[in-house]
Design a binder for this molecule. Structure first.
Ligand SMILES: [Zn+2]
Length: 185
């Protein structure tokens, strides 16, 4: 039985409200987590000490723009929700754009843009696991996906857990490097 409760004077049925809530918060949660994982990974690889001063000029100059690019990229494609007249999961979820951007920015030497494109591609990959899918050949054409996750479902929660484990592994890796340095420095 589908639970349909209509609040007085409220235009949307409550199931639709909760669907929107899940779409906005739970879906975004995984994208944000993946962005944190990417950016933490970048900082860890560049500066393998967890107690590194993130505001140190050299960190700000080299690792932070890349990490920020990845973090912003991981949530960027959903900007289409805020653009009037643009359908959700069309041009901003087209992997071809980010794939091209990835190659061009690499050869042009814009590494922050390179990692921005990686963030966007991870976003599109996560969205491709859902029922709705993402456009593949034509940005406004048929969407394709692996149909593994329903927004707000168990598979998506499992995905959150997997990404969180990834973040934990990055933290452990950074911490181990730190301990290693303490012993041998
Ligand atoms: Zn999206």
């Amino acid at each position: 039985m589908i639970f349909q409760l209509r609040l007085p004077f409220y235009p949307l049925p409550i199931t639709q409200v909760s669907k929107q809530f899940k779409e906005i918060f739970i879906n975004k949660f995984n994208h944000t987590l993946s962005g944190i994982l990417l950016s933490a990974g970048i900082i860890t690889v560049k500066y393998p000490v967890i107690e590194v001063n993130l505001l140190h000029p050299s960190v700000l100059e080299s690792a932070m723009p890349l990490a920020a690019g990845a973090l912003i990229g991981s949530v960027f494609p959903d900007i289409d929700i805020r653009i009037p007249g643009l359908e959700h999961r069309t041009i901003t979820h087209w992997p071809v754009i980010y794939g091209t951007g990835l190659v061009l920015s690499y050869f042009a030497g814009y590494l922050w843009l390179f990692f921005f494109c990686i963030g966007c591609l991870v976003h599109v990959l996560l969205d491709s696991l859902s029922l709705m899918g993402v456009p593949l050949l034509n940005p406004f054409g048929k969407r394709r996906g692996f149909k593994l996750m329903v927004v707000g479902g168990y598979a998506e929660a499992l995905c959150s857990v997997i990404i969180l484990i990834g973040i934990f592994c990055v933290w452990v890796e950074a911490h181990n490097n730190n301990i290693w340095r303490l012993i041998y420095d």
